[in-house]
Design a protein around this ligand. Structure first.
Ligand code: NIG
Ligand code: FE
Length: 408
């Protein structure tokens, strides 16, 4: 058992509702607080001096100088296991080429597939661990990671096995997702439906057998998989016992509806979602995940987070860190910018990067600083928590705790 503190402010996010808009007055802020950690969990949070006198002889980890605390952040959508780099795509897009033209000239997702297939396992693991380290340095303690740059049995399993290996080498909690339905690979001899069937019969049984992922994702878009074939695929993955998430409404509306209809845990992107479907999402338990990093990487509009929150949706914010559409990886910068364009309160942004994102991953023991929850939290050297978003990512996290211990 250990008491950590004192902290100028602890923003617990306790008692906030899962869905809908939030005002900053709803935030619980404990001043001059401390956190008692026991066996990797939060035992108690309160005034530091009171906790100290209540727990005589307790080990104290003293914090010098003014610091604030937030729950460990959750990045619920990333593609950070990949080979190569798509800087040339970025430059070509900015020079006026379209996504399709770039794909046709050898760029796009297919180019990352080739680089990932050709990369050695050592190289993929090393670069994945570097990216995980960067995310932890931001204060992110739970990271979802998708496959989707292998696109055949051998290489999808290679990616998922590397993610599993990375879990053995980091304190952060990694949540793997099988995104074999990212795109039909160019070397697959058959239709979309045949490829989806190949995933169902050749890839997912092995994913299950080796316990490589409990979640399945699909990219529903004109250039990837079509609505009806995707719905059929998702219902079948559900029958196999997988949780579902969907890349929905990125450029074309309609697929968030499918995500809701099949009971997906989340529908992510939503840049093109129409008002009617915002209502549909808001009445469901499917989390609407904004990916501002993709808007910034592509120069596309932002997810209508304000409308979604006002309608009562569960809104999460994630980085989508990937080599193509979202190369930045800095969730705090992205969420701060989303807040300025969409007019989101600090409470809404913090909720979106913590317990609402955790809900999208089906995790209930993280995202709020409450008794009994996992002792994952991040500190910043400042006297006011508002400075974290105000500095738009340039105020660095100071200490990151996972299961009550400092993650180096
Ligand atoms: O979430 N939209 C599809 N998938 C990724 C992009 C992946 C890539 O371009 O490599 C996304 O933006
Ligand atoms: Fe994505």
């Amino acid at each position: 058992m250990k008491l950590i503190g004192p902290f100028k402010q602890i923003v617990t996010l306790a008692d906030l509702p899962l869905r809908g808009k939030l005002s900053d007055e709803q935030l619980q802020v404990i001043t001059d607080g401390g956190i008692v950690v026991n066996d990797g969990k939060i035992q108690k949070i309160g005034n530091f001096e009171v906790l100290k006198s209540d727990h005589q002889n307790i080990e104290v980890e003293t914090i010098d100088g003014e610091q604030i605390v937030l729950p460990g952040l959750v990045d619920s959508h990333t593609h950070i296991c990949f080979g190569g780099n798509r800087a040339n795509d970025f430059a070509m897009r900015n020079a006026g080429k379209t996504y399709l033209e770039i794909a046709e000239s050898g760029g796009g997702i297919w180019s990352s597939v080739q680089h990932t297939r050709n990369a050695s396992e050592e190289e993929l693991l090393r670069t994945l661990l570097e990216r995980i380290k960067f995310l932890i340095s931001l204060g992110i303690t739970t990271i979802e990671i998708k496959s989707g740059y292998g696109l055949d049995v051998e290489n999808e399993l290679k990616m998922l096995r590397i993610i599993k290996k990375a879990q053995g080498q980091t304190k952060a909690k990694l949540v793997p997702t099988c995104l074999s339905a990212h795109l039909k690979p160019r070397d697959f001899d058959g239709s979309n439906v045949e490829y989806l069937n190949y995933i169902l019969t050749e890839i997912l049984p092995k994913v299950k057998e080796e316990e490589l992922a409990a979640r399945v994702d699909i990219f529903i878009e004109k250039s990837a998989f079509q609505p009806e074939e995707s719905k059929d695929f998702l219902l079948k993955t559900k029958d196999l016992g997988f949780d579902i998430t969907v890349h929905a409404d990125q450029f074309t509306p309609g697929s968030s509806r499918i995500a809701v209809e099949v009971g997906a845990r989340s529908a992510d992107h939503l840049e093109a979602t129409i008002d009617e479907d915002i209502e549909f999402l808001a009445q469901s338990d499917t989390v609407a995940t904004a990916l501002p990093g993709a808007s910034l990487g592509l120069g596309e509009k932002f997810t209508p987070a304000r409308k979604l929150l006002d309608a009562g949706a569960i809104v999460a914010i994630a980085s989508d860190w990937n080599p193509g559409s979202a190369p930045m990886g800095n969730l705090i910068t992205q969420a701060s910018i989303l807040a300025t364009f969409e007019k989101l309160t600090t409470a809404e942004v913090l909720a979106g990067m913590t317990f609402r994102a955790a809900y999208a991953l089906g995790l209930e023991d993280i995202g709020k600083l409450e008794n009994g929850k996992k002792a994952d939290f991040v500190t910043f050297k400042t006297d006011n928590f508002q400075n974290v978003l105000y500095n738009q990512g340039s105020l660095k996290a100071d200490r990151v705790y996972i299961d009550g211990n400092k993650a180096e």
